[in-house]
Design a protein around this ligand. Sequence first.
Ligand code: HEC
Length: 155
Amino acid sequence: MRHSTLALAGAALLFGSAMASARGDNAVAPDAKDEVIAGRKAAFLMSAGIFGGLKAAVDRGDDVKTLAFPTRGLARWAAALPGMFPAGSTSDASEALPVIWTDRAGFEARAAAYAEATAKLADLARAGDKAGFAAQLGVVNGTCAGCHDTYRKPK
Ligand code: HEC
């Protein structure tokens, strides 16, 4: 009984580390690199479009409950972001800096802050909290810049 419990715990640990390494240590297949870069660049553009739409809605004084759907999409993208940066996914077409892979923990911390900020934004939209939503949108904006400052090529 004790041994099988230990074996299970060991298997869970092994599985856990396999999951962790799948996020940043596994290299992208060379023939898939351009597609991964194009996919994340498109997603970043769409996320910026959503962000601009949220800002405009706040400026108009819209009911933030109507923003629950795009906000949830933004939160899902934020949570998926690290997986869009497999090792080796760099090219001249990409603005990603190599420090994403040499300081993976720092990059993932920035992504986690973004995911947390957008999840909270989604909660505030669902709750219809207009003032809270407006303030939290500023927090989200800070998490974009907080990552770009270090991990994206300067313009
Ligand atoms: C955890 C880091 C991180 C966060 C958070 C982040 N970005 Fe980025 N962003 C990047 C990186 C890295 C690139 C470059 C990707 C590439 O070119 O391969 C990028 C690229 C972009 C681009 C350029 C897309 C293109 O046309 O090539 C836009 C626009 C953008 N981000 C907007 C945003 C907005 C808006 C937010 C917040 C709502 C945000 N980003 C949050 C890291 C981040």
